[in-house]
Ligand binder design. Structure first.
Ligand SMILES: O=C(O)CCC(=O)C(=O)O
Ligand SMILES: [Fe+2]
Length: 353
């Protein structure tokens, strides 16, 4: 699976300086290379406010499907409790991620992502689109992590077991949520749907884990943990440790924090579902800000259709399709070149295509 995703990235290899993270353990002041202008932040951050809170949905609630659908329309993101993933599975992943990121830089670099690769250790893949570097390091894998074996040739088993369990659980949850969301959209009743959505629940899908680490930052107001982006996935399920930082952009309101709640996962829709919903759902633009005294970790699971699947708006009714149909691979290629401009690139009303 990693190979097929790499096929999509191979045409857009990155320079090494966009892959190798800073060795944060030796840094005491914010380097110019990581100093973003102040204006991107404080004015725009909305503090936590009852009327502007991301919905928390109980998966056991009999009306969960409707609540999820409404949250996707209004926010493109929601928090999920009673999700069924055992706490021990999440705790182990947290322990193993912390172990990984606390290793000396030279050990982590043994698993450095290759320039055209999709998996391994490194900066966020969106780095080349921004003038400054992010206060972040990450580790990506799909299926069993061969890269963990490069880091720990003998002791990789605990890490790999924890990650495999987490991935298995995340896949089950992602399938369940995908069925609910497609049902909400009425896709189940659409004549061509059963063929089109066969990837949900099959082994023929893309499932990737992204471990993120945001070290303490000497000048958090001038730094950026993860710059604004949307995920390419169908949907993303995220566990965050108990440090604030994740924010979602809401038109007319600005950046709204998604503060961590114990035993609660964050679910956001990705570009592929946004396209399939014909823009009925909200596009979940998000970013991460950093902290002076608290480290932050997150573990994202990206779920989506296989690379050769044709994505197109499925909710047409009397509406005009707002996007051109294209394969996942072609969309990944367009996004690798355009990032935030990718959706307008495939828009039926834009002049780009
Ligand atoms: O760290 C987070 O909370 C968000 C991570 C994220 O957006 C990503 O990995 O795509
Ligand atoms: Fe993201």
């Amino acid at each position: 699976m990693a190979t097929t995703l790499s096929e999509a990235y191979r045409n857009h290899p990155l320079h090494l300086h966009h892959i190798i993270p800073l060795d944060f353990s030796s840094i005491r002041t914010l380097p110019e290379s990581h100093a973003w202008s102040e204006s991107n932040d404080s004015d725009n951050i909305i503090s936590y406010n009852e009327s502007l809170s991301i919905p928390i949905i109980d998966l056991m609630d009999p009306y969960a499907m409707e609540q999820i659908g409404l949250a996707c329309e209004e926010w493109g993101v929601f928090q999920l409790k009673n999700h069924g993933i055992p706490l021990s599975v999440i705790e182990e992943v947290e322990v193993e991620s912390k172990k990984l990121f606390s290793l000396p830089a030279e050990q982590k670099l043994k698993a450095l992502r290759s320039p055209g690769g999709a998996t391994g250790y490194g900066r966020a893949r969106i780095s080349p689109f921004f003038p400054k570097y992010m206060w972040h390091e990450g580790f990506t894998f799909m299926g069993s992590s061969g890269d963990a074996k490069k880091i720990w040739p003998k002791d990789y088993e605990k890490f790999c077991d924890a990650m495999e369990n987490y991935q298995k659980q995340m896949k089950i949850l992602a399938e369940k949520l995908s069925h609910m969301i497609l049902n909400f959209l009425g896709i189940k009743n659409c004549s061509s749907s059963s063929e089109e959505n066969k990837w949900v629940g099959s082994t023929n899908h893309i499932g990737a884990i992204q471990l993120n680490f945001y070290p303490c930052c000497p000048e958090p107001n001038r730094a950026m943990g993860l710059a604004p982006h949307t995920d390419t996935s169908f949907l993303t399920i995220l566990h965050q440790t108990l440090t604030n930082g994740l924010q979602i952009f809401k038109d007319g309101s600005g950046w709204v924090p998604i503060n961590p709640n114990p035993n609660t996962l964050v679910v956001n829709i990705g570009d592929i579902l946004y396209i399939m919903s014909n823009a009925r759902f909200h596009c979940a633009l998000h970013r991460v800000v950093v902290n002076k005294t608290k480290q932050r970790y997150s573990m994202a699971y990206f779920y989506g259709p296989p690379i050769d699947y044709v994505i197109s708006p499925l909710v047409i009714n009397s509406h005009v399709p707002r996007f051109h149909a294209l394969t996942v691979k072609d969309y990944i290629n367009i996004k690798a070149k355009n990032l935030g401009g990718a959706l307008s690139f495939i828009s039926t009303t834009s002049k780009n295509i």
